[in-house]
Design a protein around this ligand. Structure first.
Ligand code: ADP
Ligand code: MG
Length: 210
């Protein structure tokens, strides 16, 4: 059982936190490199596909996960069926995922999928992105790769509105010490305190017009 889970899941190679994958890779560094390559290629493809008829809805969000990672993982694009916690945070219970996700995406739809925010100032745009990003961080709907797909999703919304991809380098480090990672701290306050102000600040710092 992975250290992050509190229910059995057979997505990991037994005794490790390395997800079983279609290539049979059990070297975490190599697997991470392949994930990174797939993600970079996905940025190119999805940015190229942006157009006014794109809806940033639940189907689109799930399809990002599927299309980026289905070459590696059977569960790409599928919501998890186990409960997950990380570092004291309990994400949305698996049995509530479908309804909770619907609620978030219905709200996003009522806000026009944040598609026409180009006239807002950066702070107002950052606040709306942080609000929805906080919701999706707390949802944590997939077994793995939630962080990367969630950031990809909001990068695409930012690009749609004339921004560059959001620069999280002020907060997202490869530092494995959770306490030193501002993005993780911002995620923790989202999940544990329903407070997205740290995330607002990070996103605001990371916004620039293209
Ligand atoms: N202790 C925590 N409390 C709340 N959220 C967390 C915690 N640790 C990580 N997260 C959130 O989970 C994300 C990582 O989820 P994961 O599915 O492993 O995605 P990825 O593999 O892309 O990093 C982080 O980006 C962060 O938003
Ligand atoms: Mg992960």
């Amino acid at each position: 059982m992975s250290k992050y889970q509190f229910q059995e899941s057979d997505i990991y190679i037994p005794g490790t936190d390395i997800p079983k994958n279609r290539l049979g890779i059990d070297d975490p560094i190599l697997l991470h490199e392949i994930e990174e390559t797939l993600l970079q290629e996905a940025y190119r493809v999805f940015i190229g596909e942006l157009n006014p008829s794109v809806c940033f809805d639940e189907h689109y969000f799930k399809s990002l996960h599927y299309r980026v990672f289905s070459a590696l993982y059977d569960w790409a694009g599928e919501f998890r069926s186990v409960d997950i916690c990380k570092g004291g945070s309990i994400f949305c219970l698996a049995r509530n995922l479908v309804n909770a996700s619907k609620k978030i995406f219905q709200e996003l739809e009522r806000e026009g999928f944040l598609k026409n925010m180009g006239s807002l100032d950066n702070q107002a745009f950052a606040n709306r992105v942080a609000y929805y990003q906080c919701e999706l961080i707390a949802l944590h709907p997939f077994y793995e790769l939630n962080g990367r797909i969630t950031r990809l999703f909001f990068d695409l919304i930012a690009i749609y509105n004339g921004y560059a991809p959001i620069d999280y380098s002020h907060g997202l480090t490869n530092d494995k010490q959770g306490a030193a990672n501002v993005y993780i701290n911002a995620s923790i306050t989202c999940v544990q305190c329903a407070d997205n102000r740290l995330l607002q600040e990070l996103i605001f710092k990371g916004l620039s017009k293209m």
